[in-house]
Design a protein around this ligand. Structure first.
Ligand SMILES: [Zn+2]
Length: 334
């Protein structure tokens, strides 16, 4: 076997992890999993596209004797580092299991509409036109699965997905993204967790439109995953873990709560501040230090801040008003 192409992480069913490199904010890798049971195989997430990542994937599937054409493919969510390579790897007609929310939100028309909305939202939150354009480009890091090319099967909470004699159950796990799904095998306690929970970093939360509280969804998902009896946890990034998730869930919740308090503090200190100001102050940065960040760093900081703001608004702790056409936030005196 060519060394280092994959690592066996579970025996029955056989599960292999392939680390696929990507780069955006920094260099990283995403996990693609290959499940083999009897004559069947399942691929969980495909990573981001690059010629190097494609060669790694092809090398690993060849070594393992997996026929990609006959495999089922399951995508936990449509972030580029989990799904982007799928159209570059899969033959026409390949069977792809994914969330309807995720696939439908990324058609070219829908993407254009939501990107325009995002651009205007950034302007309304105090970004300059140039910055709003840069943030819009960052927001495009998602993948599109063309239903006219692939056999896309929408899956949702409770659906079964079998591979040989292993039967996985789909769990809806919104929070990191609205479309996020996990796969769970209850008899052996195996979880494919995508980015719903991570050991390598605190997962980000995508803001949702309107008054939807993505933060609350994220915490609800974590609590649910914590309650699962798990023996094998296979996530979107990092190594395999063979323990339940309780301790890690506690750490993530603590970090998110800390961030929430920092945003609240920022808005309390500068009433009527924009989303961008709240993001900057919650990082304890001067304007100069904030501008020294790359647009992508600012984009991620702002997303986190918006999610906190939406949650604090849902709790009635922050209120939003308008200064001319700009949305501004202030602490709501109780
Ligand atoms: Zn993700």
């Amino acid at each position: 076997m060519a060394k280092g192409l994959y690592k066996r992480v579970w025996d029955v069913p056989e599960i292999y992890r392939v680390r696929l490199p990507f780069s955006n904010l920094k260099k990283g890798s995403s996990n693609c999993y290959i499940v083999k049971s009897g004559s069947e195989s399942l691929i969980v997430d495909t990573g981001a596209y690059s010629p190097e990542a494609r060669d790694l994937f092809v090398g690993a599937t060849d070594e393992l004797g997996v026929d990609v054409k006959a495999s089922k493919v399951f995508l936990t969510h449509m972030h580029f580092d989990h799904a982007e390579m799928a159209p570059h790897l899969l033959p026409a007609g390949a069977r792809v299991y994914a969330s309807a929310i995720g696939v439908k939100a990324r058609t070219p028309e829908e993407t254009e509409r939501s990107q325009e909305l995002f651009f205007r939202r950034m302007l309304a939150n105090g970004a300059t036109e140039d910055d709003a354009r840069a943030y819009r480009a960052c927001n495009a890091e998602t993948a599109f699965i063309d239903q006219s090319l692939f056999d896309v099967r929408y899956v949702k909470e409770g659906d079964a997905l079998s591979v040989g004699d292993a039967s996985f159950r789909v769990i809806a796990t919104p929070g990191h993204t609205a479309d996020h799904l996990c796969l769970y095998e209850p008899n052996r306690g195996i979880l494919f967790g995508g980015d719903a929970v991570l050991y390598t970093t605190t997962p980000s939360i995508d803001p949702l439109p309107g008054k939807l509280d993505a933060y609350a969804m994220f915490i609800e998902t974590l609590e649910r995953l914590r309650s699962l009896p798990l023996r094998c946890v296979l996530l979107g990034h990092g190594g395999a873990s063979y323990h339940p998730l309780g301790e890690r869930v506690d750490q993530i919740i603590e970090k998110k709560e800390h961030k929430l308090e920092r945003v609240l503090e920022a808005v309390r200190g500068v009433p009527y501040c924009t989303g961008e100001t709240a993001a900057r102050l919650s990082l304890h940065r001067t304007m100069e230090a904030w501008r020294a960040f790359s647009p992508m760093q600012r984009y991620y900081a702002m997303l986190e801040c918006f999610v906190s703001i939406q949650h604090l608004m849902a709790q009635g702790r922050i209120e939003r008003t308008f200064d001319d056409n700009t949305k501004v936030y202030r602490h709501r005196a109780l």
